[in-house]
Design a binder for this molecule. Structure first.
Ligand SMILES: [Zn+2]
Ligand SMILES: [Zn+2]
Length: 216
């Protein structure tokens, strides 16, 4: 357990704890289903745009790339300001992950599917707007990258030097939760000045808590 995380799932009250128990134990909330439904959702969205709306493949690819790029900032913002703030089920679930990093808990798969199918229904099916699906597929692809990388960070130890650096970045986040919010890249931590710095953390450690220095 990360001794420096200020909240625990219990901080959010008994109702949230009960919901988290349901999410952990019910097949409907299974951690693994999203690994299949999200790629299928992307395939559906792209095929519909090409086959029904006859979108230009190059523009569709560009809108996909724009969505994927946009995701990288969304990942940072989501992790920093939604997973780590407020009295919400998402914060409580994330606190549970910080308590036990190997726990298989994630965003319920049907939340993603309903959001993206809702966007498809309004913009693509009803308004017949091209490339909205390309953009949202790119965002959803970013989400897939996020949970694949995050799973590997906690369950495997790849040899690649680049990957090990990224994994260490996230491992530090687990020990110093106010730093290193990027999971698939370190870029936005550099932009927002939240990259972990040993000297700063060392002085904070001396001033505040004895448990703030990462042991890797
Ligand atoms: Zn993690
Ligand atoms: Zn976190």
């Amino acid at each position: 357990m990360s001794a420096s995380l200020k909240v625990t799932p219990e901080s959010f009250g008994r109702n949230v704890g009960r919901w988290l128990d349901i999410i952990r134990n019910n097949f409907l909330f299974s951690y693994w289903i999203g690994f299949f439904t999200d790629p299928l959702t992307i395939a559906f969205l792209l095929i519909w745009d090409i086959a029904v709306l006859q979108s230009n493949v190059y523009l569709l690819t560009a809108s996909f790339a724009a969505g994927l790029t946009g995701w990288t900032l969304l990942e940072y913002c989501f992790h920093r300001w939604i997973y780590h703030k407020g009295q919400t089920l998402l914060h409580a679930g994330h606190a549970m992950h910080h308590e036990d990093a190997k726990l298989l808990i994630g965003m319920p798969w049907f939340l993603n599917t309903s959001v993206y199918m809702g966007v498809w229904y309004v913009f693509t099916y009803w308004l017949e707007a091209r490339y909205v699906s390309g953009f949202s597929s790119g965002v959803l692809a970013g989400f897939i990258f996020y949970y694949c990388f995050h799973h590997i960070h906690h369950h495997y130890n790849p040899k690649s030097a680049w990957y090990r650096k990224l994994r260490t970045h996230h491992k530090i986040h687990h020990q110093v939760p106010g730093t290193n919010f990027g999971v698939t890249m370190t870029f936005w931590d550099k932009v927002f000045g939240t990259t972990y710095r040993k000297a700063e953390a060392g002085s904070k450690k001396r001033l505040a808590s004895p448990a703030n220095s990462p042991t890797l």
